[in-house]
Design a protein around this ligand. Structure first.
Ligand code: PEP
Length: 250
C-alpha cells in the first residue's frame, strides 16, 4: 500500500522571514495530516525552516545539488552541506534544471547516486516537452529519463526514491494533464520499473504527478490508480492553496 506524498517546490521564491512564516503556517494547519508532506524552500531558507520541519514531521527538501561531494565548484551546493542542514530529500532532474540550465541525464544520474550514497531521499523528475508529446513520444521520453536517471541504483536503494512525472508543458502554465493522460504515463513508468527491478518493487514506488496541480484538480488526479501524490510548484507558495491539496481525501 503506497502512502500519498505531497511535496511543495518553492523554487526561487521566499525570503527567510517569508519562508519561516509559511512553514509555521503549514506546520499548524497540517498537524495530523495522513499523507507524507515535504517542502523544498530555496537553499538560503533551508536552515530557517529546518527546525520547524523537524518538530512538525514535514520533510525538508532541497531543489537541487552538485554532482560532486566537494571541491572547486564555485556557487554549487554539496550533498554534505544539505545533510548538515538537516535536509531529508532532494529534488533532482526538475525540468527547469534540464531545459533552462542544460542538465544532462548523466549529471542527474550522478546526483541521484551521490544523494543515495549519503542517505538522502530522492525525487527524480521526468517528463516530456509539448513538442515531444505532439510527436507521440511522451512515454518514450519519460522511460529514457527514468532508465538513465536510475542507472546503477540497486533495488534496495529504490526504497529512497520517488518518481515525479512532470510534463514540461504543464509546469507553471495552468495546463494540467488530464487524469487519464497522466495515469497512462504513470502506468508506463511503473511498467518500466518492473522491467528494471521487479513487480513488487514497481508496485511499491511512489509516483507523483506535477504540473499546475491546484486544489480544484488535485482530487481528480489523485484518484487515478497510478498517481500517488503531487509535486506542487505555484500552489505550494500559499497555505491557502497548498493545504487543501495536502489534505485531500482519497
Ligand atoms: C513544479 O515546479 O514542479 C511544478 C509542478 O510547478 P507548477 O505546480 O507551478 O506547475
Amino acid at each position: 500500500m503506497r502512502t500519498y506524498y505531497i511535496a511543495g517546490n518553492w523554487k526561487m521564491h521566499m525570503t527567510i522571514p517569508e519562508a519561516r512564516s509559511l512553514a509555521k503556517e503549514l506546520a499548524g494547519e497540517l498537524k495530523g495530516c495522513r499523507h507524507k508532506i515535504m517542502i523544498a524552500p530555496p537553499f538560503t531558507a533551508l536552515a530557517a525552516v529546518a527546525e520547524i520541519c523537524k518538530k512538525s514531521g514535514i520533510l525538508l527538501g532541497a531543489q537541487n545539488m552538485c554532482t560532486e561531494e566537494s571541491g572547486a565548484h564555485t556557487g554549487e551546493i554539496s550533498v554534505l552541506m544539505l545533510k548538515d542542514l538537516g535536509v531529508d530529500v532532494v529534488i533532482l532532474g526538475h525540468s527547469e534544471r534540464r531545459h533552462v540550465y542544460g542538465e544532462k541525464d548523466s549529471d542527474i544520474n550522478k546526483k541521484v547516486l551521490l544523494a543515495l550514497k549519503h542517505g538522502l531521499d530522492v525525487i527524480l523528475c521526468v517528463g516530456e516537452t509539448l513538442e515531444e508529446r505532439e510527436a507521440g513520444k511522451a512515454l518514450e521520453i519519460s522511460r529514457n529519463q527514468l532508465i538513465s536517471g536510475l542507472a546503477g541504483v540497486s533495488e534496495k536503494a529504490m526504497k529512497s526514491v520517488t518518481i515525479a512525472y512532470e510534463p514540461v508543458w504543464a509546469i507553471g502554465t495552468g495546463k494540467t494533464a488530464t487524469p487519464e493522460d497522466a495515469n497512462e504515463v504513470h502506468a508506463d513508468i511503473r511498467a518500466c520499473l518492473k522491467d528494471l527491478y521487479s513487480e513488487s518493487l514497481a508496485a511499491s514506488v511512489t509516483i507523483q504527478y506535477g504540473g499546475s496541480v491546484k486544489p480544484s484538480n488535485a482530487r481528480g488526479l489523485m484518484e487515478m490508480e497510478h498517481l500517488d501524490g503531487a509535486l506542487v510548484g505555484g500552489a505550494s507558495l500559499k497555505a491557502e492553496t497548498f493545504v487543501p491539496i495536502a489534505l485531500f481525501d482519497a
